[in-house]
Every structure is written in structure tokens, then in C-alpha cells.
Design a protein around this ligand. Sequence first.
Ligand code: E4P
Length: 222
Amino acid sequence: MKFFIDTANLADIREAQEMGILDGVTTNPSLMAKEGITGKDNVMRHYKQICEIVEGDVSAEVISIKYEEMIKEGEELAELDENIVVKIPMTAEGVKAIKYFSEKGIRTNCTLIFSAGQALVAAKAGASYVSPFVGRLDDISTDGMALIEQIVTIFTNYGYTTEVLAASVRHPMHIIQCAEIGADVMTAPLSAIKALLNHPLTDSGLAKFLADHEKANLPVKQ
Ligand code: E4P
């Protein structure tokens, strides 16, 4: 399973990249706003900076909701770097844009997926990725992980090459469940990725190893 980081924070992206386990980045307008990135030039410069840090795919979301404007904005984003994937919302206009980009060889990530039907339509239109939002479904007492499972089954049934990118992943158990189900990719904040490393028995085991080593290596009294 590929690990993407869900942030526009350059320090977090750098830290994940330095861990050696980062396969890509996803952003959205809220994450860009959180970092105070405003105005087209700054937004474009920020995406360039992200692409310089990470070797994998970087999802850059369009702000436009009209087909013609999505095409213009998406083409400009795609020109920034070969690793840019144009993120398009799941709307009728968005699906048309995904079809257009897929015919032009521009890769897309269809975002705001909350049902298997939406994922199926995006795959038929030629999306490179679909992003079902696990955490936001869990937030409304709906099983987000069941949706990942359903989409993986449907794509496997028909051999769709569209990758299932589990989004809105909030904690380490979400990540493990995505891997068990067979999601192609998951995107999560750095904190959730780093939480995978933690286990109290690792901490106590390491402390004991070091203490035993120190005891055995005390200087011998003459
Ligand atoms: C996906 O690409 C979205 O940017 C993201 O995962 C949404 O996560 P949230 O529900 O935690 O905001």
C-alpha cells in the first residue's frame, strides 16, 4: 500500500520524506488555507515546492466548479510538474473534466467520494485515483471502511486501473484496516503515520536492552 501524506505543510512533508516511507502528497483548499497559502502565484509556487521535496504524486485540487474553468485550471496545474495529479470534485462537471483529462493523458484524483456509485462513475470516466473519505463517513456514524472494501471489490471485479486512495484517514487503525482491505493508497496526517511506530513493549524492551548493556559494560574495579 502506498503512503501519501495529507497536508500542505512543508516541514511535515520533509519529515515524512526523510523517514523514507513517503509515496506522495494530497492537499485540498482547506489544507492550503491552513498554511496561509493564498493567491494564485503563491499557490502555484507552493505546489512546485512540494514537488521538489517528494518524488511521488502530488494531488493539487481545482477551485473551479464549472467544466471550462476546471479544464483551464487543471491544465495549468498539470504543467507545473509531471508528478502533479489534478484533483477534481465528484460532480457532473467534474466527471466531464476527468474524462477530458484522461483523454489528454493528464492524471486525476476524483475527490469527495462518499458512495460506491460515485467511485464507479469516476473510474468509468478514467480517473487515476478515487478518494473515498473514511473519517468523514465515520463522523456521521457510517462505516467508512466498508466503503473502501466495496470500492476495492468493484474495481477488482472489472479490472479498473483506477487506484483506491483512502482519504480522511485519521488514526493508525484506519491505516491498518486500509492495508487489510487492500486499498492501493492511503493518505493521512503525519501524526497518524508516526503513530504506527509506537508500542509500549518496544519502549520498555529497548530500555531493558540498554540497561543490561550498561550493567555488563561497567568499568571493572581494580
Ligand atoms: C483527501 O484528499 C482530503 O484532503 C482529506 O483526506 C480530507 O481529510 P479530513 O476529512 O480529515 O479533512
